[in-house]
Design a protein around this ligand. Structure first.
Ligand code: ZN
Length: 313
Protein backbone atom coordinates (compact mmCIF):
# COMPACT_ATOMS: atom_id res chain seq x y z
CA UNK A 1 0.00 0.00 0.00
CA UNK A 2 1.17 3.55 -0.74
CA UNK A 3 2.67 5.45 2.16
CA UNK A 4 0.11 8.24 1.90
CA UNK A 5 -3.42 7.53 0.75
CA UNK A 6 -5.39 10.49 -0.53
CA UNK A 7 -9.16 10.10 -0.25
CA UNK A 8 -11.82 12.26 -1.85
CA UNK A 9 -14.82 12.22 0.49
CA UNK A 10 -18.29 13.16 -0.78
CA UNK A 11 -21.35 13.86 1.43
CA UNK A 12 -24.82 14.82 0.17
CA UNK A 13 -27.27 12.96 2.43
CA UNK A 14 -29.33 15.98 3.51
CA UNK A 15 -28.94 19.72 2.87
CA UNK A 16 -25.15 20.07 2.89
CA UNK A 17 -23.06 19.46 -0.22
CA UNK A 18 -19.62 18.65 1.10
CA UNK A 19 -16.38 17.41 -0.43
CA UNK A 20 -13.12 16.79 1.42
CA UNK A 21 -9.62 15.72 0.55
CA UNK A 22 -8.15 13.59 3.34
CA UNK A 23 -4.64 12.24 3.84
CA UNK A 24 -4.50 8.87 5.59
CA UNK A 25 -7.92 9.14 7.15
CA UNK A 26 -7.36 11.74 9.82
CA UNK A 27 -5.59 14.65 8.16
CA UNK A 28 -7.81 17.23 6.47
CA UNK A 29 -6.30 18.77 3.34
CA UNK A 30 -9.62 20.46 2.57
CA UNK A 31 -13.20 20.14 3.80
CA UNK A 32 -15.64 22.31 1.83
CA UNK A 33 -19.22 22.51 3.08
CA UNK A 34 -21.84 24.26 0.97
CA UNK A 35 -24.96 24.62 3.11
CA UNK A 36 -28.41 24.99 1.58
CA UNK A 37 -29.96 26.09 4.86
CA UNK A 38 -31.02 29.49 3.46
CA UNK A 39 -32.96 27.78 0.66
CA UNK A 40 -34.89 25.60 3.14
CA UNK A 41 -35.48 28.22 5.85
CA UNK A 42 -38.54 29.68 4.18
CA UNK A 43 -40.19 26.25 4.15
CA UNK A 44 -39.43 25.61 7.84
CA UNK A 45 -37.49 22.42 7.08
CA UNK A 46 -35.55 20.55 4.43
CA UNK A 47 -37.53 20.06 1.20
CA UNK A 48 -36.14 16.86 -0.38
CA UNK A 49 -36.70 17.88 -4.00
CA UNK A 50 -35.07 21.29 -3.46
CA UNK A 51 -32.14 19.57 -1.70
CA UNK A 52 -31.52 17.21 -4.65
CA UNK A 53 -31.59 20.05 -7.18
CA UNK A 54 -29.19 22.19 -5.14
CA UNK A 55 -26.76 19.26 -4.79
CA UNK A 56 -26.77 18.87 -8.58
CA UNK A 57 -26.06 22.59 -9.00
CA UNK A 58 -23.33 22.71 -6.36
CA UNK A 59 -21.38 19.49 -6.44
CA UNK A 60 -18.94 20.21 -9.30
CA UNK A 61 -18.01 23.57 -7.79
CA UNK A 62 -17.52 22.05 -4.36
CA UNK A 63 -15.30 19.28 -5.78
CA UNK A 64 -13.14 21.78 -7.67
CA UNK A 65 -12.79 23.98 -4.62
CA UNK A 66 -11.86 21.02 -2.41
CA UNK A 67 -9.11 19.97 -4.86
CA UNK A 68 -7.84 23.52 -5.21
CA UNK A 69 -7.66 24.22 -1.46
CA UNK A 70 -5.98 20.85 -0.87
CA UNK A 71 -3.45 21.65 -3.61
CA UNK A 72 -4.09 18.38 -5.43
CA UNK A 73 -5.51 17.31 -8.79
CA UNK A 74 -7.70 14.34 -9.73
CA UNK A 75 -4.49 12.41 -10.54
CA UNK A 76 -3.51 12.50 -6.85
CA UNK A 77 -6.73 10.87 -5.63
CA UNK A 78 -6.27 7.25 -4.51
CA UNK A 79 -9.89 6.44 -3.68
CA UNK A 80 -13.36 7.91 -3.38
CA UNK A 81 -15.48 7.59 -0.23
CA UNK A 82 -19.16 8.52 -0.48
CA UNK A 83 -22.21 8.50 1.79
CA UNK A 84 -24.78 5.98 0.51
CA UNK A 85 -27.18 6.16 3.49
CA UNK A 86 -29.02 6.96 5.61
CA UNK A 87 -30.50 10.15 4.19
CA UNK A 88 -32.80 11.58 1.55
CA UNK A 89 -32.88 9.29 -1.46
CA UNK A 90 -32.59 11.99 -4.14
CA UNK A 91 -29.90 13.87 -2.24
CA UNK A 92 -27.85 10.71 -1.67
CA UNK A 93 -28.11 9.78 -5.35
CA UNK A 94 -26.38 12.98 -6.44
CA UNK A 95 -23.32 12.26 -4.31
CA UNK A 96 -23.22 8.56 -5.15
CA UNK A 97 -23.60 9.07 -8.92
CA UNK A 98 -20.83 11.67 -8.87
CA UNK A 99 -18.58 9.37 -6.81
CA UNK A 100 -19.16 6.45 -9.17
CA UNK A 101 -18.41 8.57 -12.24
CA UNK A 102 -15.18 9.83 -10.66
CA UNK A 103 -14.07 6.39 -9.41
CA UNK A 104 -14.73 4.91 -12.86
CA UNK A 105 -12.98 7.64 -14.81
CA UNK A 106 -10.00 7.87 -12.45
CA UNK A 107 -9.86 4.08 -12.10
CA UNK A 108 -9.66 4.23 -8.29
CA UNK A 109 -11.56 2.25 -5.61
CA UNK A 110 -15.01 3.35 -4.44
CA UNK A 111 -16.02 2.98 -0.77
CA UNK A 112 -19.63 3.41 0.37
CA UNK A 113 -19.91 5.06 3.79
CA UNK A 114 -22.65 5.01 6.42
CA UNK A 115 -23.42 8.62 7.37
CA UNK A 116 -23.97 7.87 11.08
CA UNK A 117 -20.60 6.13 11.19
CA UNK A 118 -19.19 9.34 9.75
CA UNK A 119 -20.42 11.32 12.75
CA UNK A 120 -18.58 8.92 15.08
CA UNK A 121 -15.39 9.13 12.99
CA UNK A 122 -15.46 12.94 13.18
CA UNK A 123 -13.82 12.32 16.55
CA UNK A 124 -10.89 10.54 14.87
CA UNK A 125 -10.40 13.55 12.60
CA UNK A 126 -10.40 15.86 15.62
CA UNK A 127 -8.30 13.66 17.95
CA UNK A 128 -5.40 12.07 16.08
CA UNK A 129 -4.57 9.60 18.88
CA UNK A 130 -8.12 8.50 19.75
CA UNK A 131 -8.69 4.76 19.39
CA UNK A 132 -11.73 2.58 20.08
CA UNK A 133 -13.27 1.28 22.32
CA UNK A 134 -15.52 4.05 23.63
CA UNK A 135 -19.15 4.94 24.19
CA UNK A 136 -20.46 7.47 21.70
CA UNK A 137 -23.59 9.64 21.72
CA UNK A 138 -24.80 10.72 18.28
CA UNK A 139 -27.46 13.43 18.27
CA UNK A 140 -28.84 15.13 15.17
CA UNK A 141 -32.02 16.13 13.39
CA UNK A 142 -32.47 12.57 12.19
CA UNK A 143 -30.72 10.40 14.80
CA UNK A 144 -30.29 9.89 18.50
CA UNK A 145 -28.03 6.90 19.12
CA UNK A 146 -25.97 5.68 22.04
CA UNK A 147 -23.31 3.34 20.69
CA UNK A 148 -20.49 1.22 22.04
CA UNK A 149 -17.79 1.37 19.41
CA UNK A 150 -15.70 -1.74 20.05
CA UNK A 151 -13.30 -1.46 17.13
CA UNK A 152 -13.16 0.26 13.73
CA UNK A 153 -16.44 -0.64 12.02
CA UNK A 154 -17.69 -2.74 14.98
CA UNK A 155 -20.65 -1.33 16.91
CA UNK A 156 -23.18 -2.28 19.49
CA UNK A 157 -26.16 0.08 19.52
CA UNK A 158 -26.96 0.47 23.24
CA UNK A 159 -29.95 2.74 22.79
CA UNK A 160 -31.77 4.92 20.30
CA UNK A 161 -34.84 7.09 20.14
CA UNK A 162 -38.22 5.37 20.03
CA UNK A 163 -39.93 8.37 18.47
CA UNK A 164 -38.47 11.80 17.64
CA UNK A 165 -34.76 12.42 17.24
CA UNK A 166 -33.54 15.06 19.70
CA UNK A 167 -32.92 17.51 16.85
CA UNK A 168 -36.40 16.92 15.49
CA UNK A 169 -37.85 17.93 18.87
CA UNK A 170 -35.73 21.11 18.74
CA UNK A 171 -37.15 21.96 15.29
CA UNK A 172 -40.74 21.35 16.40
CA UNK A 173 -40.42 23.37 19.63
CA UNK A 174 -38.66 26.18 17.72
CA UNK A 175 -41.58 26.34 15.31
CA UNK A 176 -44.10 26.36 18.20
CA UNK A 177 -42.47 29.37 19.85
CA UNK A 178 -42.15 31.25 16.57
CA UNK A 179 -38.43 30.79 15.92
CA UNK A 180 -37.27 29.81 12.45
CA UNK A 181 -35.36 26.82 11.12
CA UNK A 182 -33.07 25.08 12.02
CA UNK A 183 -34.28 24.92 15.62
CA UNK A 184 -31.09 23.79 17.36
CA UNK A 185 -28.94 26.92 17.17
CA UNK A 186 -31.95 29.25 17.54
CA UNK A 187 -33.19 27.56 20.73
CA UNK A 188 -29.65 27.37 22.09
CA UNK A 189 -29.14 31.11 21.58
CA UNK A 190 -32.47 32.03 23.12
CA UNK A 191 -31.93 29.61 26.02
CA UNK A 192 -28.84 31.56 27.10
CA UNK A 193 -31.14 34.45 28.08
CA UNK A 194 -33.67 32.24 29.90
CA UNK A 195 -34.04 30.65 33.33
CA UNK A 196 -33.66 26.88 33.01
CA UNK A 197 -35.53 26.31 36.29
CA UNK A 198 -38.61 28.38 35.42
CA UNK A 199 -40.75 25.54 34.02
CA UNK A 200 -40.55 21.89 35.01
CA UNK A 201 -40.76 19.92 31.75
CA UNK A 202 -40.68 16.11 32.04
CA UNK A 203 -37.55 13.98 31.60
CA UNK A 204 -38.43 10.65 29.98
CA UNK A 205 -36.15 7.85 31.16
CA UNK A 206 -38.36 4.89 30.04
CA UNK A 207 -37.99 1.51 31.85
CA UNK A 208 -35.32 0.94 34.46
CA UNK A 209 -31.95 0.37 32.83
CA UNK A 210 -33.15 1.25 29.31
CA UNK A 211 -30.71 3.30 27.27
CA UNK A 212 -33.36 4.20 24.68
CA UNK A 213 -34.66 7.74 24.33
CA UNK A 214 -38.08 9.30 23.83
CA UNK A 215 -38.64 12.99 23.13
CA UNK A 216 -42.23 13.08 21.88
CA UNK A 217 -43.65 13.39 25.43
CA UNK A 218 -41.40 16.35 26.14
CA UNK A 219 -42.40 17.98 22.86
CA UNK A 220 -46.11 17.52 23.75
CA UNK A 221 -45.50 18.92 27.23
CA UNK A 222 -44.03 22.08 25.71
CA UNK A 223 -46.95 22.42 23.27
CA UNK A 224 -49.46 21.88 26.13
CA UNK A 225 -47.68 24.47 28.26
CA UNK A 226 -47.89 27.00 25.41
CA UNK A 227 -51.60 26.27 24.77
CA UNK A 228 -52.54 26.41 28.45
CA UNK A 229 -50.65 29.65 28.98
CA UNK A 230 -52.33 31.24 25.96
CA UNK A 231 -55.80 30.12 27.12
CA UNK A 232 -55.24 31.45 30.63
CA UNK A 233 -53.68 34.65 29.36
CA UNK A 234 -50.37 33.91 31.10
CA UNK A 235 -47.40 35.62 29.50
CA UNK A 236 -45.09 33.18 27.69
CA UNK A 237 -41.42 33.91 28.26
CA UNK A 238 -39.88 32.30 25.18
CA UNK A 239 -36.39 32.47 26.63
CA UNK A 240 -37.52 30.37 29.62
CA UNK A 241 -39.37 27.86 27.43
CA UNK A 242 -36.22 27.45 25.29
CA UNK A 243 -33.94 27.11 28.34
CA UNK A 244 -36.19 24.61 30.16
CA UNK A 245 -36.85 22.50 27.07
CA UNK A 246 -33.16 22.37 26.18
CA UNK A 247 -32.21 21.44 29.73
CA UNK A 248 -34.77 18.60 29.78
CA UNK A 249 -33.26 17.14 26.57
CA UNK A 250 -29.68 17.55 27.78
CA UNK A 251 -30.36 15.99 31.21
CA UNK A 252 -31.61 12.75 29.66
CA UNK A 253 -28.86 12.60 27.00
CA UNK A 254 -26.12 13.16 29.55
CA UNK A 255 -27.55 10.81 32.23
CA UNK A 256 -27.98 7.93 29.80
CA UNK A 257 -24.56 8.43 28.23
CA UNK A 258 -22.84 8.41 31.61
CA UNK A 259 -24.74 5.35 32.76
CA UNK A 260 -23.67 3.55 29.55
CA UNK A 261 -20.00 4.25 30.20
CA UNK A 262 -17.76 2.71 32.84
CA UNK A 263 -17.47 5.25 35.59
CA UNK A 264 -13.74 5.11 36.20
CA UNK A 265 -12.01 8.29 35.08
CA UNK A 266 -14.37 9.28 32.28
CA UNK A 267 -12.81 11.34 29.51
CA UNK A 268 -15.17 13.42 27.36
CA UNK A 269 -14.25 14.14 23.76
CA UNK A 270 -16.34 15.81 21.11
CA UNK A 271 -15.56 17.23 17.68
CA UNK A 272 -15.37 20.97 16.96
CA UNK A 273 -18.61 22.53 15.71
CA UNK A 274 -17.57 22.37 12.03
CA UNK A 275 -16.95 18.63 12.30
CA UNK A 276 -20.28 18.18 14.14
CA UNK A 277 -22.20 19.39 11.11
CA UNK A 278 -22.59 17.17 8.05
CA UNK A 279 -19.19 17.23 6.37
CA UNK A 280 -17.17 15.11 3.99
CA UNK A 281 -13.99 14.93 6.10
CA UNK A 282 -15.69 12.43 8.42
CA UNK A 283 -16.89 10.44 5.38
CA UNK A 284 -13.36 10.32 3.94
CA UNK A 285 -12.12 9.14 7.34
CA UNK A 286 -14.55 6.18 7.44
CA UNK A 287 -13.69 5.33 3.83
CA UNK A 288 -9.99 5.16 4.70
CA UNK A 289 -10.48 2.76 7.62
CA UNK A 290 -12.96 0.63 5.65
CA UNK A 291 -10.55 0.49 2.72
CA UNK A 292 -7.54 -0.65 4.76
CA UNK A 293 -9.80 -3.35 6.22
CA UNK A 294 -10.49 -4.55 2.68
CA UNK A 295 -14.00 -3.13 2.21
CA UNK A 296 -14.98 -1.54 -1.06
CA UNK A 297 -17.91 -1.16 -3.40
CA UNK A 298 -18.50 -1.66 -7.08
CA UNK A 299 -20.56 0.23 -9.64
CA UNK A 300 -23.71 -1.58 -8.47
CA UNK A 301 -23.67 0.26 -5.12
CA UNK A 302 -27.03 1.93 -4.57
CA UNK A 303 -28.27 4.38 -1.97
CA UNK A 304 -29.94 2.98 1.19
CA UNK A 305 -32.08 5.79 2.66
CA UNK A 306 -32.75 3.90 5.93
CA UNK A 307 -29.31 2.32 6.34
CA UNK A 308 -28.67 1.22 9.95
CA UNK A 309 -25.44 1.57 11.87
CA UNK A 310 -23.30 -1.57 11.60
CA UNK A 311 -25.01 -2.75 8.38
CA UNK A 312 -22.56 -3.50 5.59
CA UNK A 313 -23.42 -4.48 2.06
ZN1 ZN B 1 -25.66 14.02 9.91
Amino acid sequence: MKENLITLGIESSCDETSVAVMKNGREILSNIISSQVDQHKKFGGVVPEVASRKHVENISYVINEALEIAGVTFKDIDMIGVTYGPGLVGALLVGLSTAKALAYSLNVPLVGVNHIEGHIYANFVEYKDLEPPFVCLIVSGGHTHLVHMKDYGVYEVLGKTRDDAAGEAFDKVARAIGLGYPGGPLIDNLAKKGNKDAINFPRTYLEDGSLDFSFSGLKSAVLNYLNNSRQKGIEIVKEDVAACFQQAVIDVLVDKTISAAEKKGLILKYPSLKLCTDNAAMIGCVAYYDYIKGHGADMYLNVVPNLKLGEKL
